[in-house]
Design a protein around this ligand. Structure first.
Ligand SMILES: Nc1ncnc2c1ncn2[C@@H]1O[C@H](COP(=O)(O)OP(=O)(O)OP(=O)(O)O)[C@@H](O)[C@H]1O
Length: 222
């Protein structure tokens, strides 16, 4: 289970942007989180991805409470979660070729020997042709870079995937290809998914269930 319980989170200035939010994902489940722009979805997604420490509340990952965030989260918890963000150019080192970008988490966790095998599996799985793999981010399209970001999120074989508006800036066919690549991975591994967005049609088609932002906060207090 990935459980967010009574989470309050913000940026330390004024009122928190997320208040008392509760959401639980069963193993292998896909949940869409729907809400208007600016309501706090990305903030909650970053809490779920262990990238943003909440002011209050608990996150429990496969039964273990999370006690550290970002690099102070235990490696086993950090690597259990793969994250893809809305804007690939903001989440990539512009100096890296796509091969190195995708392999980055393997290098960071001392698993260099797995790089050739994982690249050979992942490039076709996300739809990246060999000629693209040696290019740097400024030499590929947003859709191609987002495919590389998805491959990077999958490279450590996470049990949970957090996709924060990953198709928002893509055309319909690239968006469908990315969703299909996520779903192939989930079918093969049984990974769970939290997909954040504001397109109800997309989330309803993609996910087992869709939760509306307003419902997250009432569950605890009703
Ligand atoms: N780093 C930050 N520092 C201060 N405030 C922030 C920061 N990031 C987000 N916010 C604010 O927190 C609120 C929620 O932002 P968040 O990105 O979580 O919303 P969202 O629902 O994901 O929006 P969108 O759908 O537009 O991406 C907004 O008012 C935003 O301005």
């Amino acid at each position: 289970m990935l459980e967010l319980h009574d989470i309050t989170a913000g940026y330390g200035r004024g009122a928190p942007v997320v208040r008392n939010a509760t959401l639980a994902l069963a193993p292998g489940e896909s949940v869409g989180l729907l809400g208007p722009s600016g309501c706090g979805k990305s903030t909650l997604a970053r809490v779920a991805a262990l990238l943003h420490r909440p002011e209050a509340g608990t996150v429990t990952l496969d039964g273990d409470p999370v006690r550290g965030w970002r690099y102070s989260a235990p490696r086993t918890q950090r690597t259990a979660i793969g994250v893809v963000f809305q804007q690939p150019r903001l989440s990539c080192d512009p100096r890296l070729r796509l091969t190195d970008l995708i392999a980055e988490p393997l290098r960071a966790t001392g698993r260099r020997d797995e790089i050739p095998e994982r690249l050979a599996e992942l490039a076709p799985a996300v739809g990246l042709t060999p000629d693209l793999m040696d290019r740097r981010p400024h030499e590929v399209s947003d859709g191609q870079l987002q495919r590389a970001c998805l491959a990077r999120a999958l490279v450590l074989r996470p049990r949970w995937l957090i996709c924060d508006e990953v198709t928002a800036m893509l055309d319909a066919s690239t968006a469908a290809a990315l969703v299909a690549a996520v779903e192939e991975y989930r079918t093969a591994t049984g990974a769970g998914l939290l997909a954040v967005g504001h397109d109800q049609v997309l989330l309803d088609r993609w996910c087992d269930r869709t939760v509306h932002w307003k419902k997250l906060t009432v569950a605890v207090h009703e």
